[in-house]
Write a protein that binds this ligand. Structure first.
Ligand code: SAM
Length: 240
């Protein structure tokens, strides 16, 4: 049986801790933030603008074609058909679409983001087994252990509370489920540059070794970190 977009949204609503009495899905995604505005840095403000969202889509496609080392590593999730996946910082939805293909019509992908223009773009090309949610990575709206895999590419650098984001990713992952986080940065960053980016850019560039520490603190097992050119990869599992 083929999934329809409404089915995907209905399933996502069932996965919520506190489903809204009147879900706001009028823009093609479930909006759980309304007019709430987060204190964003310059890069996040760009991703929350229309030109930023459309520019990102083109830029990401170009960069990923030219530099295979920075491509998302969704194979690390070891997905099988019919699984449920959460993609945090879904952006314009290109990677989310690849996840949707891997889990097939009986699977489900929930794409989560803060940015209205990104979510509009993502929802405009959504696969039928995919639904999008506007919410914050550090306060996931889902019940515990409802996803088989949790993915996030190039988003944790925009989140000051990296530990809270990993703790939330772990909470919604089922025992034995896989987690994959990709972040920009290098293995040994210059600390002065890093401090400046944090203060003025609101960018938190964490090397793989720090992501590994955060994952261990969050209680994950099989934790692995590695560095690939200018991207840092973290993979882990939730203990059974
Ligand atoms: C650089 S884009 C990455 C998009 C996509 N994952 C990709 O790799 O193509 C980062 C995305 O993370 C989103 N984001 C930033 N902070 C977030 C947060 N606290 N919660 C949810 N999404 C967030 C931004 O709005 C943006 O769409």
């Amino acid at each position: 049986m083929t999934a329809r977009p409404d089915d995907a949204m209905a399933t996502v609503l069932e996965l919520l801790r506190e489903p809204p009495a009147e879900p706001d899905t009028g823009s093609g995604y479930l909006d759980l933030l309304g007019t709430t505005e987060a204190a964003a840095g310059p890069v996040q403000r760009l991703w929350e603008s229309g030109p930023g969202a459309s520019g990102y889509e083109r830029l990401a496609a170009l960069v990923r074609t030219a530099f295979p080392a920075v491509r998302p590593r969704i194979g690390e999730l070891r997905l099988t058909e019919g699984q449920r996946v959460l993609d945090i910082g879904t952006g314009p939805g290109q990677v989310t679409g690849e996840l949707a293909r891997l889990v097939g019509p009986r699977g489900l992908v929930a794409g989560l983001d803060l940015s209205v223009p990104m979510l509009r773009r993502a929802a405009g090309t959504a696969a039928p087994n995919t639904a999008f949610v506007r919410a914050d990575a550090t306060e996931l709206p889902f019940r515990d252990a409802v996803f088989d895999a949790v993915h996030s590419a190039y988003t944790i650098q925009l989140v000051r509370e990296g530990a809270a984001m990993l703790a939330e990713m772990t909470r919604v992952l089922r025992p034995g489920g896989r987690l994959c986080v990709l972040a920009p940065g290098v293995a040994r960053p210059n600390e002065r540059v890093r401090g400046g980016l944090e203060r003025s850019g609101k960018l938190w560039l964490r090397p793989a070794a720090e992501l590994v520490e955060l994952a261990r603190e969050a209680g994950l097992s099989e934790v692995r970190g590695s560095s690939h050119m200018v991207s840092q990869l973290l993979t882990a599992s939730r203990p059974r």
